[in-house]
Design a protein around this ligand. Structure first.
Ligand SMILES: Cc1cc2nc3c(=O)[nH]c(=O)nc-3n(C[C@H](O)[C@H](O)[C@H](O)COP(=O)(O)OP(=O)(O)OC[C@H]3O[C@@H](n4cnc5c(N)ncnc54)[C@H](O)[C@@H]3O)c2cc1C
Length: 385
């Protein structure tokens, strides 16, 4: 990164006013000494558009951190259709959701983005020096010159088990995610769900042989998971290594503050009591706008209103790109998000480098861009046209 650019960087140029004691006292502002990550840009969401935003910011020498609620990058492409073909990415005749995500990661690698996964951006507050203080559900805190929201259709959260009162056991005996499979060693496990996650974890846990007993509960006899996984589960049932129960969890029993058993009701109304130590629920993910609705941004139809010059929101310095934004003629397509990311980067540059004119340069011919892309020398090596 060139020194002349750094000298123009906000913070480097003006100094963070939040470190002045008076400012802290008056505004309750955080300081960089408080384990706060200072960054040029913070991107909320690591879907395809958030990932490409890293690239467009990188070309302008804007360093980005990226936060996503999910434990992996890729957004809808990875969560909803990793193996389905996409046919409308320019110049790429066909690519799967997974391949597109992998290609984007490769493309942005020169900019070394820092990812903070498995955490949701909860709070956003403007600081006295104009930067944004951002806090995640895990307590990670940032001070960013600019914020780019690429939050898609909202934060993906697990669909909940709808049995009144059972939520109080979450993360003690009721789990929507497996963090550490060894937590279930020697336990009686009940897995609920009929999709890929439910079956993958069933197969994984039965094969490791760690649970004392495992029962899979699904409301129907048919599954939504890969046929090969379904066949393997049926084989394990036939071998007596696990049970399969068709029905829905409708009630639970508690003993001395512990979840002791659940009642499963079949379509015909019959009930069965299943004793358990841990209940793993995999009903898929559902997007929620969630905390974004509280950041003081103008919203329209559950999306963030932006201009079409810079894709800036009603809050100067906060941009919104991809499926989360709305403007006349908006189409929720990946290619629209990529275009928005390019223009938002130029808009964001004005907050990161307030004193520096920003010019458009071509990646083909600009030696400066070749340097930031780590392909310096490429222009000299290329044959003349
Ligand atoms: C089945 C299907 C097929 C599709 N096929 C095509 C196609 O062929 N071509 C096409 O162009 N488009 C297609 N789309 C649409 C395309 O997937 C979306 O336009 C694209 O994913 C939008 O990208 P994004 O980065 O804006 O948002 P997303 O992909 O939704 O990613 C947003 C990310 O932000 C995260 N997030 C949200 N809120 C927070 C928060 N507060 N804190 C932290 N993280 C947060 C989410 O967890 C998520 O990972 C398809 C969609 C579906 C469902």
């Amino acid at each position: 990164m060139s020194h002349s650019f750094d000298a123009d960087r906000r913070g480097a140029a003006t100094g963070p006013s939040t470190t002045e004691p008076s400012a802290v006292a008056e505004t309750d502002a955080i300081t960089e000494a408080d384990d706060v990550i200072a960054t040029d840009a913070l991107i909320v969401g690591a879907g395809p558009v958030g990932l490409f935003q890293v690239f467009e910011l990188g070309l302008l020498e804007i360093k980005a951190h990226v936060v996503d609620s999910l434990p992996r990058v890729g957004g809808q492409c990875m969560e909803l259709y990793p193996d389905k073909p996409i046919y409308d990415i320019p110049a790429v005749p066909v690519v799967s959701g997974r391949e597109l995500t992998e290609a984007l990661l490769k493309q942005i690698a020169p900019f070394e983005p820092e990812f903070h996964l498995g955490q949701t951006v909860m709070a956003v507050q403007r600081q006295p020096d104009g930067r944004w203080q951002v806090e995640t559900s895990r307590g990670t805190r940032f001070l960013a010159c600019t914020l780019i929201i690429a939050a898609g259709v909202g934060a993906f959260e697990p669909r909940r088990l709808r049995v009144e009162g059972i939520e109080r056991f979450v993360d003690r005996q009721l789990f929507y995610r497996v963090r550490n499979p060894s937590d279930f060693t020697g336990r009686r496990i009940l897995i609920v769900g009929g999709g890929d996650s439910a079956l993958d974890w069933t197969l994984n846990l039965v094969r490791t042989g760690s649970p004392l007993a495992l029962t899979l509960v699904h409301r129907r006899a048919e599954f939504r998971a890969a046929p090969a996984s379904v066949a393997q589960v049926r084989e394990l049932v036939a071998q007596g290594r696990m049970r399969l129960v068709t029905g829905q969890v409708t009630a639970f029993e508690e003993d001395a503050g512990r979840l002791d058993a659940v009642t499963v009701t079949t379509a015909g109304g019959a009930t069965e009591r299943l004793a358990l130590d841990a209940l793993l629920v995999f009903f898929g993910l559902t997007p929620r706008l969630g905390p974004i609705a509280d950041w003081g941004l103008q919203l329209e139809r559950r999306a963030i209103a932006v201009d079409t010059e810079k894709f800036e929101t009603s809050q100067p310095g906060i941009f919104a790109v991809g499926d989360i934004n709305i403007y006349p003629g908006k189409k929720k397509l990946i290619l629209s998000g990529f275009h928005e990311a390019a223009l938002a980067a130029f808009g964001a540059a004005r907050y990161v480098f307030p004193n520096k004119p920003i010019h458009l340069q071509y990646t083909t011919t600009s030696t400066r861009l070749h340097k930031v892309l780590g392909v310096a020398g490429a222009s000299e090596a290329a044959p003349a046209a």
